[in-house]
Design a protein around this ligand. Sequence first.
Ligand code: ADE
Ligand code: ZN
Length: 346
Amino acid sequence: MNLVKPVAADRLPALLRQMPKAELHIHIEGSLEPELIFALARRNGVALPYASVDELRSAYAFTNLQSFLDIYYAGASVLITEQDFYDMARAYFAGAAQDNVVHAELFFDPQTHTARGVSMETVVNGLHRACVDAEAELGVSASLILCFLRHLSEEDAFETLEQALPFREKIIGIGLDSGEVGNPPEKFTRVFARCRELGFHLVAHAGEEGPPAYVWTALDVLKVERIDHGVQSSKDALLMQRLAKDRIALTVCPLSNLKLCVFPDLASHNLRQLLDAGLAATVNSDDPAYFGGYLNENFTQTFAAGPLNAEHAYRLARNSFEASFIDDAAKARHIGRLDETFATFQ
Ligand code: ADE
Ligand code: ZN
């Protein structure tokens, strides 16, 4: 489909909610709502340094990525059993289905859990069972991307990979997350090369707070297929040309960027600049329980703040399917439904 009909500004939010879409950048531990954190803490007898849900929520005032990560890793400490991981992911999928997310690729951070004595088997099996049930019961297909924590060593990442290999069939890809500045992609050159040999899809967070140089090395040294965030790329004209030419998708997370002070407000966000430069940008929620909105909120708030139209909406949804790790037949099916939604929308 080449022609997107103009849509009145007051009808855009309905179109954004209704259009089918894929979510490619969601840390499943970042979907843990304060209510579920307290319920799991009670179930597992874990003490929390907050007296109530409200007190925890009021701590969600972040100044940068690290100020968020400190609270995010503490929140994940309530996850102990396979059922906990299942319940967390099921809650995410229930909301995602409401947002017309038809496919999701979930990041998870096993080192956050194995360091506390929770086994890889517990983590992967709980999340995988939720993915299977999401497809069967909600019609949302899903897969798992294991992320290495970049503030830890490459040796630790190699150990984590070894622990994950018995569950190889339940993991589609490998990513890289946590504190970016000072932990460049090239710190993980050898372990990513090994993951590539093993046939995993590869992605990495780069250019969230870190410089364009980190996006270059994620591409050229780690050989990733997508860049998570990547918004700092607009500071490097040559990098923008490279990303456009090779159709490297950026999984952009506007509300995350706002809450972590990457941009002062959504009106200043560079999503439109990325799209208009021909980049395969997508919209995602990152850690929605912490950043004030799931996928449709990311779409509607970003479009309300800036000069984005129905053509941009179509491109963002289409990019989400094209950049996903589903097979070509599934991509064509989803894009067909997307075209139908735009053709019939009034
Ligand atoms: N882990 C969870 N959310 C993250 C983000 N936005 N950046 C890096 N690591 C993360
Ligand atoms: Zn992220």
